[in-house]
Each structure stands twice: as C-alpha cells, then as structure tokens.
Write a protein that binds this ligand. Structure first.
Ligand SMILES: CC(C)(COP(=O)(O)OP(=O)(O)OC[C@H]1O[C@@H](n2cnc3c(N)ncnc32)[C@H](O)[C@@H]1OP(=O)(O)O)[C@@H](O)C(=O)NCCC(=O)NCCS
Length: 357
C-alpha cells in the first residue's frame, strides 16, 4: 500500500465551513461501514447529526483521526475521553474502508489514538466490536463464545485488547407486536398503587432534574460491567441538560418514562427511548434502571411497556426498536424477551491497559 498519512481532523463549525469536505468524507465512510455491516440503513447518521454528535462538550472530549492515502481518507479513529469522571479512560473506534483493509491502516490509526490517549494521561482504552448473530453459543462455553473470530475481534485481540463483556443486540419488530399494551396492564397491577408513572419527551421537568440525574449516575454502574475498570459516572442537572441539548442538535426525539414511589416521592426508576427524526422507523433503547430498594415489583416491565405505548402514540412511524444488554443481565433480558425482543447480534466490549512510560 502507498504511503499512509495520519492526521487529527478538527470538527468544522458547520457543513459549509472550511474542512467540512473531510468531515463529510468521514461521515460517509462511517455510514458505509454501518450499511455494510447491517445490510440496511437503520444506523445511517445524516452528516449534520454526526457533526452535532462529534463536538466536544464539558463532559466529553471528542477527537477524530483520519488516515489518508493519495489524498483520500481511507480510515478513521474516533476517540472519546470523559472529562468529569473516569479520567483514567478513553474509548476508541477504528474503521477502515473495505478496499484499504489488511494493509496496516487500522494499526496506524490505532497507534495514533493510543498516543493521543497517553498524552491525555489516559491509562485504559476501551473499544467495542459488533457481530451479527452467528448461531447459538456452545452450551456452557460462556458469553465469549458468542463473539466470532472475525476481522473486528482479531484486530482488537492483535492490538492487545481483552474481551471483558458481551452484549446481546436485540430488536423488537413493532408491526407484529402489541408493543407493551397487554404487559403494561399486568405489570401495573403487580406494581400496585404504591407507584405512579411519569412521562416526558425532550426535556426533563425542572423539579425532577436532580433526581433524574441521580438515576442516570446509578445506571453507569448498576448495569453489569464485566471486568471493565470503570467507576460511577458523575451526573448532575447540568449534565442532563447537556445530553438533552445534544439530542436536540442531532435532531433526535427522546422519550422518557419514570416511576415514582408515591409514599416517599422518590424516583424509583426510568427508561429512555431515542428516535432520530430523519428515520423515525428506527428506535434505540437507552438506559433502563430500577433502584435496588424498589426491585422485585415489576417496575422494569412497567417502565418499558409504558414507554413503548408512549412511543406508539408520539411516533406512529416507529417500526423497530434496538437494544443492547449484557448477556449476563438475566433480569433485563427476560423482560425484553417477554416484550418480544429477539437477538440479532452481539457486541464485544474490550479493554486494554496502556503500559506506563
Ligand atoms: C477491524 C478493522 C478496523 C481493521 O483494519 P485494517 O486496516 O484492516 O487492520 P490492519 O491491516 O492494521 O490489521 C492489523 C491486524 O488485525 C488482524 N486482522 C485485521 N483484519 C483481519 C481479518 N480480516 N482476519 C483476521 N485478522 C485480521 C490481524 O492480526 C492484522 O495483522 P496482520 O495483517 O499482520 O495479520 C477493519 O476491518 C474495519 O474497519 N472493520 C469494520 C469496523 C470495525 O469492526 N472496527 C473495529 C472496532 S475495534
């Protein structure tokens, strides 16, 4: 392969600004990879939304590295570094266009990313690999057996990453499903009158924002982390507003269902769905959490079923919902299976300790 140049790309202020052509090339490369992987456009991100999503914020520094061969961008590394918690870590995602693969571009991009991470005093790098469903795991072989030895896994392993957690990617097809209607009634009577549901779309009501921030913070460590060396995230009302602003800038609709314990007034749990306006057929499940002291009351099912009903009313064009759950998260998986979610793939979460010096 010809000479490979690696460079840091600045995120342009708009798609018309200087440097925007390079950013457009990166956005196209990432979209092409999603299309290649899934075989559909469910994960297509309009360049405008990618631009809004790649900006740094007070809680995350976002950096882009591009690999150029003969003037064309043939690969990209995206890096995210948390700025208010987990200051020891950063995440990296490397994508190389098909024609340029297996000639060292990925390795060069990764080396530059590792260099940036070390320069920012990060000692832990995290990465994710995606894999389509490839039959059932060998019984008793553990979650790792769901991850095939494909290019992504081989690449991560060759760079020294260790697989720490396996997520099941599941999809709910809303067309052949009553989307929570029946289960909502059952869960509501099991939970009883001691709990009440609350809903919002877009912005959390001011009087709930601090309580909601506490739920978001708890979510960061209550979902299984496997062997990932991550600490609880730091959330406050300002961070909730930052996340809401980012969703708005990305033209995404966010639907939240929360449940309140009537006697104490405490928020006991929440669940979040996200829909990008450019493709309202596709919905992404974000957090779902019930606080430890309120578990065992069917609140997880109540929240998820209620938010699916809210989704149907708010966005009638919605057709399918994607969700990611740790393969060891039996409670969440069983709720999702009852709602009609079916596995479509797996995603591996990997980490690498950078050696000092
Ligand atoms: C994974 C990916 C980034 C690799 O990029 P690349 O430029 O082809 O990687 P390199 O040429 O630097 O390969 C480095 C090593 O990874 C491993 N590897 C990469 N592709 C492989 C494949 N198809 N089969 C087996 N091993 C592979 C090999 O050990 C390789 O070293 P070698 O060629 O000396 O044997 C690329 O295939 C890609 O963009 N895939 C889609 C996105 C993705 O899965 N990203 C990974 C996120 S961690």
């Amino acid at each position: 392969m010809a000479h490979i140049d690696i460079e840091v790309l600045q995120v342009p202020s708009s798609l018309e600004a200087p440097g925007a052509a390079d950013f457009m090339a990166v956005a196209e490369l990432l979209n092409a990879q999603q299309q290649e992987f899934w075989g559909n456009n469910d994960f297509y991100g309009p360049p405008q939304a990618q631009l809004a999503g790649r900006r740094s914020t007070p809680t995350r520094r976002r950096e882009l590295l591009a690999a150029r061969v003969g003037g064309s961008i043939v690969g990209v590394a995206q890096m995210n570094s948390p700025l208010t918690d987990n200051l020891h870590s950063a995440t990296v995602n490397v994508v190389v266009s098909p024609a340029a693969r297996r000639s060292g571009v990925g390795t060069r991009l990764y080396a530059a990313a590792e260099h940036l991470a070390a320069a920012g005093n990060r000692r832990l790098l995290l990465a994710e690999t995606d894999h389509l469903l490839a039959g059932d795991a060998v019984s008793g072989a553990g979650p790792a057996s769901f991850i095939p030895d494909d290019a992504a896994a081989a690449f991560a392993a060759a760079l020294g990453f260790r697989l720490e957690l396996v997520d099941r990617v599941s999809r709910l097809d809303l067309a052949d499903n009553d989307a929570g209607q029946a289960t909502l009634q059952q869960a509501a009577s099991a939970a009883g009158a001691g709990y009440e549901l609350l809903f919002w779309q877009g912005a959390c009501p001011d009087h709930l924002v601090d309580a909601y921030a506490q739920l978001r913070q708890k979510m960061s460590t209550d979902a299984p982390l496997g062997g990932m060396d991550l600490a609880e995230e730091a959330w406050d009302g300002a961070r909730v507003r930052e996340a809401e602003g980012k969703a708005r800038d990305m033209d995404a609709e966010v639907l939240v269902a929360a449940v309140r314990h009537v006697a104490s007034g405490e928020l006991a749990g929440h669940t979040v769905l996200e829909v990008f306006r450019n493709n309202p057929a596709v919905v992404f499940q974000d957090d779902t959490l019930v606080l430890g002291s309120h578990r065992g009351n069917r609140l997880g099912m109540l929240l998820k079923a209620a938010n699916l009903v809210q989704l149907r009313q708010a966005i009638p064009e919605a057709r399918r919902v994607y969700t990611w759950n740790a393969e060891e998260n039996r409670y969440m998986l069983s709720i999702n299976e009852q709602l009609g979610f079916r596995a479509v793939g797996y995603s591996g979460e990997w980490q690498k300790e950078l050696s000092a010096g």
